[in-house]
Every structure is written in structure tokens, then in C-alpha cells.
Ligand binder design. Structure first.
Ligand code: NAP
Length: 289
């Protein structure tokens, strides 16, 4: 029996429909949702990510303010830019594209974003709310994954879930969202012993490594009927690839998300959702999506 493909493009499309309606409601309340994007340097992947996010915003009626900065942009200049965006009433959300060049401290930079404009959920107060199960703004990739579970009616209660990633962007926030849904969660990383055995006993595997030379999830590493979510993004022979041997794993799994077309579109959709949420805050209106 072959498992089902988790179609992130289809789910993202349905989320975007909801967002489009929320944006038009906000506009009729006199609020034009606006996201400020901050990109430092010439990293081609970062440029592509920011362009895609800006296009997705335009597609649902969110305006963007583009800040493209020189590679040598200093921490002082960054602090002053973030402070001015925090004060700008026409800007509702602030997105600083990571990674930043080495002279800029990522934590120092994202920490000073107003928590009310923090669409990536990177400020200490929003991370704290997330860890206590009270988050309104949730980080985009983890919440996009949760939206996929919801769309496909994948019940997480009591399930053994493993996350292969412990980063602040993916693994750690995802842990909190999964525990809130009553899953039993194990976090694995490069120092984990017996990774294959962890995978083999899991009902759900979420992998986010992004380097096929280090790791590929193959069908012998999963149990029958497992759910597999592939977050990793790597390149092989010029093509975008994930962590999972999709063609073979789907023959044994119940659901598998592909790369591309799985988690990626959901990350962008959740950014749009968060932007609409922060725009709603600006008028004291509750979240519209
Ligand atoms: N689709 C999307 O929207 C989306 C969004 C975000 C990220 N991503 C992708 O997801 C991947 C991870 O992103 P990230 O920012 O979290 O990167 P990261 O900070 O480099 O995290 C990679 C994680 O993989 C672990 N790891 C590396 N080699 C391993 C191995 N051999 N066995 C087990 N674990 C191993 C690392 O462990 P240590 O902590 O021990 O080093 C780390 O926790 C990247 O490919 C990125 O492009 C995709």
C-alpha cells in the first residue's frame, strides 16, 4: 500500500484564500496590512526567499516595505532601523531574513523587534509565550507543519513523534506545539545515538537537516504507516532535495510531505497569516484568520 502525498501547495492555497478575505476585511476597517522585510548582503538563497515572501504578500493584498542593505551594515545601523520600524505605524510586521553576516548578532537583532510586530516569533517574550502554550504569534515553519497535520486530520494525541533538528527556528518551537497537542516528543540532533532506532519506533518523523551527505531517511528506517514530514532543503545536481528518499519511503509510510511542495509553501502562508494577525492588533481588532 502506498501512502498519501502531503500537498503543501494545496494546503497553502486554502490558507491563502482565508488570508485574502481577512485582508479585505481589514482594509474595509481602514487597515492596510504591511510587512517590512530586511535583507542584509547578497546571499542568493536569502534573496530568493525574500522575493518569494514579497510576491506572496502582494498576491493576498499585503503591502511590503523592502529594506535591502549592504553587506557591511553595522549592528548600530541595524538597531536604529529596527527601532524606526517598531515606531512606524504604517508597518505592522517586521521580517529580518536570517542568516545575517557575521558582524551582526542574530539574537541581539531579533530581540529588539517589537513583540507585536514579530511575525517570525523570534523575540524572547513570544518564545516564552510559545513555551507556556499561550502564543498568539507562532513561528512560521513549525506552525505550517501543524497546519498540515490539521488539514489531513492526522491525530497527534499519544503519538511518538521525533524531530530531527534542535534549532531555534524549527525543532525547539515545534516541540512546544506538538506537546500542546498531547504528542510524546523526542528531539534528535547530530550527537544523538542510535538515530535509526529512534526513527523506527516513531509514529511521526519530522526531519530538518538539509544535507544528504550527512543524512537521508530511507524506508528501512521507518515503521509501517509512519507519517513523515520533510523540512530539509538541500541541492543535488542543481535540483532542490529534502532529507527523505521520497519514492521509496512513501511505499511504506501513511503520509509523506515532498520537497519541493511540502513544508516550504506552508512557511510562506504562515508568514502571511502572522502579518494579518499583527495588522489586526494595530487597531485592537482580534485575529481575523
Ligand atoms: N521548508 C522550509 O520552509 C524550511 C524552513 C526552515 C528551515 N528549512 C530547512 O531545514 C533545514 C534545517 O534548518 P535549520 O535552520 O534548523 O538548520 P540548522 O540550524 O543547521 O539545523 C540542522 C539540525 O540538523 C541536525 N543535524 C545535522 N546533521 C545531523 C545528523 N547527521 N544526524 C542528526 N541530526 C543532524 C543538527 O544537529 P546539531 O544541533 O547537533 O548541530 C541541527 O539540529 C535546512 O535545510 C533548512 O533549509 C526549511
Amino acid at each position: 500500500m502506498t501512502g498519501q502525498k502531503i500537498d503543501g501547495l494545496e494546503v497553502a492555497k486554502s490558507v491563502k484564500e482565508r488570508i485574502r478575505m481577512a485582508v479585505s476585511e481589514l482594509k474595509s476597517d481602514g487597515v492596510q496590512p504591511c510587512l517590512a522585510t530586511v535583507l542584509v548582503g547578497e546571499n542568493p538563497s536569502s534573496q530568493t526567499y525574500v522575493n518569494n515572501k514579497q510576491k506572496a504578500c502582494a498576491d493576498v493584498g499585503i503591502t511590503t516595505k523592502d529594506h535591502k542593505l549592504d553587506d557591511s551594515f553595522s549592528q548600530e545601523e541595524m538597531n536604529s532601523l529596527i527601532n524606526s520600524l517598531n515606531k512606524d505605524d504604517t508597518v505592522h510586521g517586521i521580517l529580518v531574513q536570517l542568516p545575517l553576516p557575521s558582524q551582526l548578532d542574530e539574537f541581539a537583532t531579533t530581540s529588539i523587534i517589537s513583540p507585536l510586530k514579530d511575525v517570525d516569533c523570534l523575540t524572547p517574550s513570544n518564545i516564552g509565550l510559545l513555551s507556556t502554550g499561550r502564543a498568539v504569534l507562532k513561528p512560521c515553519t513549525p506552525s505550517g507543519i501543524m497546519e498540515l497535520f490539521d488539514y489531513y486530520n492526522i491525530d497527534l494525541q499519544g503519538k511518538d513523534v521525533i524531530i530531527i533538528n534542535r534549532s531555534n527556528l524549527v525543532g525547539k518551537p515545534l516541540y512546544h506545539l506538538l506537546v500542546k497537542e498531547n504528542a510524546t516528543v523526542t528531539i534528535c540532533h547530530s550527537k544523538t545515538k542510535n538515530l535509526k532506532e529512534h526513527c523506527q519506533r516513531a509514529d511521526v518523523i519530522i526531519t530538518a537537516i538539509g544535507n544528504r551527505e550527512k543524512f537521508v531517511l530511507t524506508e528501512d528506517m521507518i515503521k509501517d504507516g509512519a507519517v513523515v514530514i520533510d523540512v530539509g532543503i538541500g541541492r543535488q545536481e542543481g535540483k532542490l532535495v529534502g532529507d527523505v528518499d521520497y519514492e521509496n519511503v512513501i511505499k511504506k509510510a501513511s503520509y509523506v510531505s515532498p520537497v519541493p511542495g511540502g513544508v516550504g509553501p506552508m512557511t510562506v502562508a504562515m508568514l502571511l497569516k502572522n502579518t494579518v494577525t499583527v495588522a489586526s492588533f494595530s487597531k485592537g481588532i482580534g485575529p481575523k484568520t
